[in-house]
Write a protein that binds this ligand. Structure first.
Ligand SMILES: Cc1ncc(COP(=O)(O)O)c(C=O)c1O
Length: 478
């Protein structure tokens, strides 16, 4: 039979029935409760065959863990802004929840800034990064007082002009590329020699240019680096931070004052997609920074962090019905409603982004029975639309459910509109303590409460977003 909670072991990325901390058991139990309640309450069903779920208690706990981890390595009173990378989960209610947990926002587009503002995140808890800011975006950010990190010399010139034209409350900085190298995923490695982000410190003359840029601009008070995301070893992340810190020290020494008062160390803490454990922990990374870059954390500098995936990934679940169970070439295939539209990276790059899949029965209970090797397919019309292949799970049948785990960041909130598949609804849940453990209670889902985070996309919306108002544009319009 399947592993703990009805989930089958994953091929190649580790089993999940091994020893885990309490956090793991709590998260798994809460998820099981939520799945069962979602089925019982009809939130997922024949007419809504796919939803996203967000575990509110898990998000709160991870936000608290982040704050505690850095509080423990900095003197009391050190200004620390944890700015959630909105790109990871661009959902207004999530940003609002994080805001109530003391977490701000890192935005990288006008859309993300609009989401942060809609969530009520104040300008002084918002940071704007991105490699292609227009003059209008920069002007708006400076007018609002949002922190801005310039990406390159041309952008800095634009900021020069804006600073000269009107006073601003925005803390201003420059992004550098510390050049410490790549992690296991090239596309997410931003500290390579030719990365498109920031001023590449290893380029000839670049470091001297950066120092001069600060000395010429007394208002340039921040320094920013983000060495990459998923796939970076912690040691490499720490080296990127250390390089940035040393540059700040050099600039401040040459300026003869603490001109740089805040260092933005970016995000990038990787997530372990094989377990419910939140590893590596924020505390592990903070302690590593304390060892490797003690001067950064001795209270002389304010800190900004920009974690995304590590805050949300573990707290999201895609839940989809098995529409058909078939077999092809001897391989059982569960045809579900979860595929490329909600798990784009996994479908196009399955070796880099394997997901754990949990099997549930038609009533939303963890599925039991002998494991068989099977494929979990999505609804899109191309052969590669597979959520998982060769997966050992209790044999899935029509009307069962599958859950794609760890999908709270960069998955279901990042819809890909292949086949005009609708964006699924997303629901936050809170599960009452112990609710799921009364497995045979008459209404085991009664203690689970759901809140709509995002409504499912309607067919009318799909038509409208696909030029419905301009149906005759190419025939009569020109
Ligand atoms: C500048 C910047 N900060 C933070 C992040 C968030 O990274 P992660 O979600 O891996 O923590 C990214 C990701 O692309 C980024 O580009």
């Amino acid at each position: 039979m399947g592993g703990t909670g009805g989930m089958g072991d994953m091929d190649g990325i580790g089993g999940i029935g091994e020893g885990h901390g309490n956090g793991r058991h709590d998260a798994g139990a809460r998820r099981d409760e939520a799945v069962r309640a979602a089925v019982e309450q009809g939130i997922v069903g024949p007419r809504t065959p796919i939803i996203g779920l967000l575990d509110v208690a898990g998000i709160r706990a991870t936000a608290a863990a982040l704050r505690t981890a850095f509080d423990q390595v900095t003197p009391p009173g050190t200004p620390v802004l944890h700015a959630f990378a909105v790109k990871a989960t661009p959902l207004v209610p999530v940003l609002r929840l994080l805001h109530t947990c003391g977490i701000g926002a890192e935005v990288a587009s006008p859309g993300e800034l609009a989401l942060a503002r809609a969530a009520g995140i104040p300008p002084d808890r918002t940071v704007l990064d991105s490699p292609a800011k227009t003059p209008a975006e920069l002007r708006e950010a400076l007018a609002l007082g949002i922190a801005v990190n310039a990406d390159n010399p041309q952008e800095l010139s634009r900021i020069d002009a804006l600073v000269a034209s009107a006073p601003t409350a925005s803390p201003l900085g420059l992004r550098v590329n510390p050049g410490v190298g790549r992690g296991s995923i090239e596309a997410l490695s931003t500290a390579t020699a030719t990365s498109k982000f920031g001023v590449a410190l290893l380029d000839e003359g670049a470091r001297a240019w950066v120092v001069r840029a600060y000395l010429d601009r007394p208002w340039l008070t921040r320094l920013h680096a983000h060495s990459g995301s998923q796939g970076l070893p912690l040691e490499l992340m720490a080296r990127g931070v250390a390089t940035t810190y040393e540059l700040a020290e050099e600039i401040n020494a040459k300026a003869g004052r603490r001109q740089i008062d805040t260092i933005d160390i970016g995000g990038g803490l990787p997530v372990d997609f094989t377990t419910d454990d939140p590893t590596p922990a924020y505390g592990t990374y903070a302690q590593l920074l304390k060892r490797e870059v003690p001067g950064l954390l001795d209270g002389r500098y304010g800190l900004v962090t920009e974690f995304g995936r590590s805050l949300l990934a573990k707290h999201g679940t895609v839940l989809a019905r098995v529409e058909y169970a078939k077999s092809s070439g001897g391989r059982p295939i569960a045809v579900t409603h979860a595929g490329v539209q909600v798990a784009t990276r996994t479908v196009y790059a399955p070796e880099l982004w394997p997901l754990r899949i949990a099997a549930y029965d038609a009533k939303g209970r963890p599925k039991t029975g002998p494991d068989v090797i099977q494929d979990i397919a999505g609804p899109a019309c191309f052969a590669g639309d597979l959520l998982a292949t060769n997966r050992s799970l209790p044999r899935l049948e029509q009307g069962d459910h599958v859950a794609a785990l760890d999908t709270g960041a960069y998955y279901f909130a990042h819809h890909y509109a292949y086949n005009s598949l609708a964006r699924p609804g997303i629901y936050g849940f809170t599960a009452g303590a112990g609710a799921g453990r009364d497995a045979d209670a008459a209404s085991p889902g009664r203690e689970v409460r759901f809140a709509v985070v995002r409504s499912p996309q309607t067919l009318d919306e799909i038509v409208a977003e696909s030029g419905g108002a301009h149906a005759a544009a190419l025939t009569d319009g020109i």
